[in-house]
Write a protein that binds this ligand. Sequence first.
Ligand code: NAG
Ligand code: NAG
Ligand code: NAG
Ligand code: NAG
Length: 378
Amino acid sequence: MLLTKHKSLIILTIISIPTILFFFLQIQTTTRTSPQNESTTISHNSCITTPTPLLSSSQTLPATTLINKDNDKTLSITIVSGGNRTTSDETTLLIKSILLNHVGNTQIELNIATDLYNMNFLIENVFNRIKVYRTQLNVNFKIVNLTRIDEECNELKIPIVHHSGKWGMVKLFLDKVFDTVKRTIFVDTDMVFGTNPDLLFSEFDKFKEETLFSWTREPNWESKGPNHVCSCIFLWDMKKTRKVNYLKEFAIPASIEIFGFDEKTQQISKEKRNGSDQDFLFALNKMKPNFFNELDPSWNLANCQNFFGVPSRSRSADRTTHFMGAIHFNCAGNTYDDWKGWEWVKEYLIWYRWDWFSRPYENNKDLGKSIIIKHSFY
Ligand SMILES: *[C@@H]1O[C@H](CO)[C@@H](O)[C@H](O)[C@H]1NC(C)=O
Ligand SMILES: *[C@@H]1O[C@H](CO)[C@@H](O)[C@H](O)[C@H]1NC(C)=O
Ligand SMILES: *[C@@H]1O[C@H](CO)[C@@H](O)[C@H](O)[C@H]1NC(C)=O
Ligand SMILES: *[C@@H]1O[C@H](CO)[C@@H](O)[C@H](O)[C@H]1NC(C)=O
């Protein structure tokens, strides 16, 4: 529950962050026992009962299995939440969707690459409001030094042109940022889960020796270009990518091959790219098909693609067998207002009370486990 004091002391001394910051962080993470004011998320709630999950498990699922053969069944999810308020608001809903849809006993590891502002926002508005969760929940914050990302991009000849700038590029380096994480689900903050994330995690069972990633692709993505794959939600075997140094040894050479090298700037050419981190994974997938598996598109119901025809809520649509893995509110101009017909998803998440997450089962009062929060610097 508390910070690992020794670790943060050592780290902070090394990188000489003012002592005041240390105390600030201590306060942020040690005052988590005070009761939270729910007024921003709920009011007149006395007649509201706990909602049921969005889907029942009897509905059609993509071909997958719930039995995770690997011994480590920890549900690991990695998020980049940096930059500004839009991101932290989105992240709040994403985390809620994870906790709400997670069923079963696997412990959860949330790895969040972030800045101080977002970390404190999430501690205050998310984790302080729960305190205990049904299964063990470990939260690992990494406060990322963007100058370091800049240097690493320069070294690899990567021009930063992503619409979300350096925070977008952090994604490529996550196996270094979280250098002990083994297998994880990466998910963008403009997405929410509609079903148990364990189901997605169990797609790791399909990995072969050489498989590093699994993601969603549109038909004919090879010829259509980097906008037709999605690095928004994907399985990432970080243990393997670290071992092979995937970026330097494979993704960068593949990108130079696909996009060309600009002799003038001495960087990977921007001309054939759309300027995001996923360009590099696109190139890698094209040159090294064996590194990638494909996920069912229901794990990326993208607004850009009109949610692939999955109907939003209506009397009849509620009874469809469409499987709602994860919804992607992209191409929505960074507002929450453009989700035609899907507004109920946001409303549902906003109005679900944080304290319901920590409510123990009636016949097992000891089930709640303290949330463990750690932070360190990259
Ligand atoms: C909750 O916060 C609101 C707005 O800051 C405030 O008006 C209200 O009195 C607070 N309620 C409690 C119970 O602290
Ligand atoms: C961030 O990284 C740069 C380059 O590695 C370094 O010079 C700087 O001191 C770092 N800043 C902090 C606050 O650690
Ligand atoms: C926040 O991020 C969004 C999306 O990247 C961007 O459009 C907006 O300008 C940013 N706002 C601030 C205050 O940085
Ligand atoms: C960049 O995005 C646009 C709009 O989606 C698309 O038409 C174009 O083909 C993309 N370019 C590349 C090189 O993928």
